[in-house]
Design a protein around this ligand. Structure first.
Ligand code: PAF
Length: 295
């Protein structure tokens, strides 16, 4: 496994790989480090489908708001490298902020339509930061495929839209959410939780699971708003849960769903604070074909 810190060294390595085998398939997994099994699953998917697997580790300041956790974002370089090795990663790109942004950037990539709701509403500017750094990374690596986890389902929708609109020649591969055994979605931010917050945070996956069963059992009668309300009530049963949002939208367009449409994919997405830690989770479901009730 090769570890590189400079854009130019990475480009040289990629050039050498492409020169040695013009048909080489390059898989790319962009991350902010503090890797867990969710990231490992992305690297494993890339390993299965590609000849060369490149991981980037870069805590991107552009996507953090002024009062967010940029300074205390968890880091563990040694463990990240161990996970990279175990998953068969070929190249780790580990740049400093000064390498990615030698001067303040004057160009931002901004995706509209899919960024106005959910985390886009709660974290102004966040997706401009994500879209900008992902564009830079895709330009630097020029991979055939890039892998993203569906825990950040809105991020996947934003990146797919951006890649489509800007004709970036890469296939985006969304990968399923990886959960702890008790259902908590894997996140680098889970380490911030106290024992009690961690216990109560299980309400998120439980509420989403209840919503899925309820939709299955009552699809003839339940409306989108009634389904959303059951998720809200379930989450509110945890005293430490402070809801940022619970929304039911179409996916990947992220438009409001007032009535069930035809064969539409929907997302139930939640963002909830437990103490100072904001967690997100979601389920993507097939909406019932038609609705009898819409109260
Ligand atoms: O999902 C993440 O870890 C980040 O948003 C990403 C895609 C690496 C961009 O900084």
């Amino acid at each position: 496994m090769q570890i590189v810190h400079q854009i130019e060294s990475l480009r040289q390595l990629i050039k050498a790989n492409r020169a040695a085998n013009p048909a080489v398939r390059i898989g790319f997994v962009p991350t902010m480090g503090f890797l867990h099994r969710g990231h490992a699953s992305l690297l494993e998917a890339a390993r299965k489908e590609c000849d060369v697997v490149i991981l980037s580790i870069f805590v991107n300041p552009l996507q953090f708001g002024p009062n967010e956790d940029l300074e205390r974002y968890p880091r563990d370089e040694e463990r990240d490298m161990a996970i990279a090795r175990e998953t068969g990663t070929d190249i780790v790109f580990f740049p400093q902020v000064s390498e990615m942004y030698p001067k303040p950037t004057r160009t931002m990539v901004s995706v509209s339509g899919v960024t106005e709701r959910l985390c886009g509403a709660s974290r102004p500017g966040h997706f401009d930061g994500v879209a900008t750094v992902v564009t830079k990374l895709l330009n630097i690596v020029q991979p055939d495929k890039a892998y993203f986890g569906m825990k950040d389902a809105q991020q996947v929708a934003v990146i797919e839209q951006m890649v489509y609109d800007l004709n970036i020649p890469v296939t985006i591969v969304p990968c399923p959410i990886v959960r702890e055994e008790d259902g908590l979605a894997m996140s680098s931010r889970n380490v911030y939780l106290s024992e009690e917050e961690r216990r109560q945070a299980l309400v998120l996956s439980a509420a989403l699971e209840e919503a899925e069963s309820l939709l299955e059992a009552r699809k003839e009668t339940i409306s989108p708003e009634q389904l959303r309300q059951t998720v809200v009530r379930h989450i509110q049963s945890a005293p430490l849960a402070d809801i940022d949002y619970v929304e039911l939208l179409s996916y990947p367009d992220l438009a409001p769903v007032d009535f069930w449409g035809s064969d539409e994919r929907i997302i139930i997405a939640v963002a909830v604070r437990f103490g100072a830690t904001r967690l997100i989770d979601n389920r993507i479901l097939h909406a019932p074909v038609a609705s009898l009730s819409h109260s």
